[in-house]
Design a protein around this ligand. Structure first.
Ligand code: SF4
Length: 299
């Protein structure tokens, strides 16, 4: 068996920043330290760190960290009402979309946000201008859109979409609203684009693709869809426990990638499993280099 490790894969600059900030915050403020929503995929446990989905689970006055996906203003207001001391590790690439939504709404645009309903990032962005934003999830949604002024329409996108799907929706929007404005191409972040490009280039060499990531991770799901679309058997796995040896035979090539919130340690444990079983050789293939780092928030 031959294993190809797609590069880049796994943690992005936003997730790295969030983890570093969390570790610094634990050092500075001690525990318990509360985190709103998941920061890293797959039961990433730090002693004394409590992940919550509801701010009423955080005692008044405690420290609360917002994860990289960002939060709507409503959550900030709830945190203020509970006198929580907040640490904001929203990814700057998500913040950029929030600020753009606020600016466009102030200028009177109807904003068509291309994204997935219920995703944390979409909830956060929509919360910035709920009256002005309409969610567009697929091309057929475009035809059903009703806007007050078709000449005053803008689009934004979630950062973790499929590049190809977003391009199709944007094209349809441009046809329906010729005066629409938006970013040069989309707001899909460098990490999402690079991970997709690596899979696009390498999947053709593989018999099986394994995507390490969670089912609720948008960019992991998109990686799995992309690999499947190239006709290769693809499995989205939480970790080594999900691997079924019946998926493989010893002569095959297996491509590994991982979503932006999936720790590399999980990938390595999956690789070891296949090495032990099939004596697999491992080859690293970097399609795009990444050196981006984000500054840590002030504590
Ligand atoms: S996936 Fe992209 S937008 Fe999301 S945290 Fe990572 S770098 Fe930021």
């Amino acid at each position: 068996m031959r294993i190809i490790l797609a590069g880049p894969r796994g943690f992005c600059a936003g997730v790295n920043m969030a983890i570093e900030a969390l570790e610094l915050a634990v050092g500075a403020y001690g525990t318990p330290l509360y985190v709103y929503h998941e920061i890293v995929h797959n039961k990433w446990v730090v002693e004394g760190v409590v992940f919550v989905n509801d701010l009423t689970d955080v005692p008044e006055g405690e420290h609360l960290l917002y994860s990289a996906h960002g939060v709507p203003p409503e959550i900030r207001q709830q945190a203020a009402a509970r006198r929580l001391k907040t640490i904001d590790v929203t990814c700057p690439l998500v913040t950029k979309v929030h600020l753009e939504a606020i600016r466009l709404a102030q200028q009177g645009y109807t904003i068509l946000l291309i994204g997935h309903a219920g995703h944390d990032e979409v909830v956060g962005t929509m919360g910035e201008a709920p009256q002005a934003i309409r969610l567009v999830q697929k091309t057929t949604d475009v035809d059903a859109l009703e806007v007050p002024d078709p000449s005053k329409v803008a689009y934004l996108t979630q950062t973790t979409l499929s590049v190809d799907d977003a391009a199709g929706i944007i094209e349809r929007l441009r046809r329906r609203f010729p005066q629409i404005i938006g970013p040069a191409r989309n707001d899909i972040c460098y990490a999402t684009q690079n991970r997709q490009e690596a899979v696009r280039q390498l999947a053709a060499e593989a018999d099986v693709v394994l995507v390490v990531g969670s089912r609720n991770s948008s960019n992991s799901q998109r990686l799995a869809e992309l690999a499947r679309a190239s006709g290769v058997a693809t499995h989205l796995i939480d970790g080594p426990g999900d691997i079924d040896m019946a998926w493989f035979s010893a002569e095959e090539t297996v491509l590994f990638t991982a979503g932006a919130s999936a720790p590399e340690a999980l990938v390595q444990r999956c690789v070891s499993l296949l090495q032990d079983r099939f004596g697999a050789s491992v080859e690293m293939r970097v399609v795009r280099e990444e050196n981006l780092r984000f500054a840590l928030p002030k504590l």
